[in-house]
Design a protein around this ligand. Structure first.
Ligand SMILES: Cc1ncc(COP(=O)(O)O)c(C=O)c1O
Length: 482
């Protein structure tokens, strides 16, 4: 008998009272030391992930609090956040209005679970989302993550497209989430592993309108196309406005529904509420998450054109097929999102994303001109910016290039890794990396970002790059053996 999977039985005459297990309290968690965090992370969370944290020096940092553009660590050091939780911190950390709205909701003892009675908060949030959305993107499904919103998107579209058009087109280097449905349209071998995925999918290159037309023309079973408007995990890749305009026309011509995944690029990040608005066209279904939760709550939303939604779930018989889950429309999350949307407009954060994003791009262009051997490209829209480094072999002295070129694939991500770790250790600046093109550093600072924050980031990056490649590597190795 396996002692780990079989419980000891009570004897019928002695029934032991249930003992409190070895529990930690909230206060215990607050004062936990770094070694204890490392022990528990290894024992109970993700031992393999710790390897990467150690490489980058993240394992030495315990965040004590966070406010605005900054985290504050155990030594009181401020860390400038240019990572922004992959775009989930539009308002920075602990925006006072969001904290106050949540506190008031708690103090008033409002109801949370919204599946028995209608919720005034879920209703108001749905109204706000429809108000921010162009065309007849009016019908809202609320969930608690981007993956859940995207699952809802592909399900509503599949039902609206109908059984004769069951196939879904998706793009190379796409990322739509890790739950099994959307994993089937996520183009990353790392995440797909050997999982058994749904098989009604067709993959095409991103941004190639001829590929879209060919696939629509040749396969009448195609009912849905799903695309990030700006690919995040792919390395901040956009398509020109003409691509989206032609895509809309092709979808209308061939009766295909277009799902725009705006989980990362939406909610003002690109300088418009939705990134697709730059092209002046409207998809059939879209999805938001990340900053919709104001950096405090887990909220995702699928927003569909009324006609599409009604086709899928518009009758009493079909209404419950994909109705909201237990935590869909939960009170405090809705309050947070309602307040978040109001702040987005009251503080003109969408305009700020466009203006500060342009400033950041200009400054990065300056660094690209100064360090052409290291920086390959800078690109993006608003405050969703990619900083791409050359392959490692191209950055080293000429004599070493042929030897290192063989290793370029293996070394992808190493230069951004070295630079990211120096930025954190020596300058207190946090940046993010990219799943598929690991030579790209992803910059998604909060939308409250100001020029002075950009200046500080650029000065830090300039200092690190000015060390030159040999010292950048040496300093990294030195930090590892310390
Ligand atoms: C474009 C896109 N879609 C979907 C998701 C999934 O969101 P979540 O991590 O909240 O499930 C992400 C997450 O990074 C994303 O970037």
């Amino acid at each position: 008998m396996n002692k780990l999977t079989t419980l000891p039985k009570d004897t019928p005459d002695v029934i032991e009272p249930i003992k409190r297990p070895d529990l930690l309290t909230v206060e215990d968690a607050k004062v936990m030391t770094l070694p204890r965090m490392t022990e528990l992370f290894t024992k109970h969370l993700n031992p393999g992930q710790l390897h990467f944290m150690k490489l980058l020096g993240f394992h030495k940092i315990k965040i004590e609090h966070a406010e605005g553009m900054y985290y504050y660590d155990q030594n009181g050091r401020a860390i400038l956040d240019f990572f922004g939780g992959f775009g989930s911190l539009a308002f920075g950390h602990n925006h006072p209005r969001i904290v106050a709205a949540r506190k008031q909701f708690q103090d008033e003892r409002r109801q949370e679970i919204a599946i028995a009675f209608m919720s005034q908060y879920a209703s108001a949030l749905a109204h706000n989302l429809a108000a921010c959305s162009p065309g007849d993107l009016d019908m809202v499904f609320l969930g608690s993550s981007g993956s859940e919103a995207m699952e809802a998107a592909i399900k509503v579209a599949e039902r609206a497209a109908g059984p004769k058009k069951p196939k879904i087109v998706y793009a190379e280097n796409s990322f739509h989430g890790k739950t099994k449905g959307v994993l089937s349209i996520t183009d990353g071998q790392l995440y797909r592993g050997d999982f058994k995925l749904v098989d009604n999918t067709v993959r095409i290159p991103f941004g190639d309108i001829d590929a879209v037309e060919n696939v629509f023309r040749s396969d009448p079973e195609i009912g849905v196309i799903v695309l990030e408007t700006i690919q995040g995990g792919g390395g901040i890749i956009s398509a020109p406005n003409a691509y989206w305009q032609k895509l809309r026309a092709l979808c209308d011509q061939y009766g295909v529904l277009w799902i725009a995944d705006e989980v990362q690029c939406g909610f003002g990040r690109s300088g418009r509420f939705y990134a697709f608005e730059h092209a002046g066209v409207v998809p059939d279904v879209t999805a938001l998450a990340k900053s919709l939760g104001g950096g405090k709550a887990a909220v995702g939303a699928m927003i569909a054109r009324r006609e599409v939604y009604m086709k899928a779930y518009g009758t009493p018989k079909t209404a419950m097929i994909h109705a909201m889950a237990t935590f869909g429309g939960i009170g405090e999350a809705c309050v947070t999102a309602i307040e978040a949307i109001n702040i987005l407009y009251d503080e003109h954060l969408i305009d700020n994303a466009a203006e500060t994003g342009n400033y950041l791009l200009e400054q990065l262009e300056g660094l690209k001109a100064k360090y052409p051997a290291m920086i390959k490209d800078v690109r993006g829209q608003g405050l969703m910016i990619g900083l791409e480094f050359h392959d490692f072999s191209k950055t080293v002295p000429v004599v070493l290039r042929p030897v290192l070129a063989i290793l370029d694939d293996k070394l992808k991500g190493s230069l951004p890794g070295f630079i990211g770790s120096h930025l954190l250790r020596d300058h207190g600046v946090l940046v993010a990396f990219t799943e598929y093109n690991r030579n790209v550093v992803r910059l998604e600072p909060p939308l409250i970002c100001q020029h002075e924050n950009v200046d500080r980031f650029i000065a830090a990056l300039d200092e690190v790059l000015s060390r030159g490649i040999v010292r950048i590597v040496k300093d990294f190795v030195k930090a590892q053996v310390k």
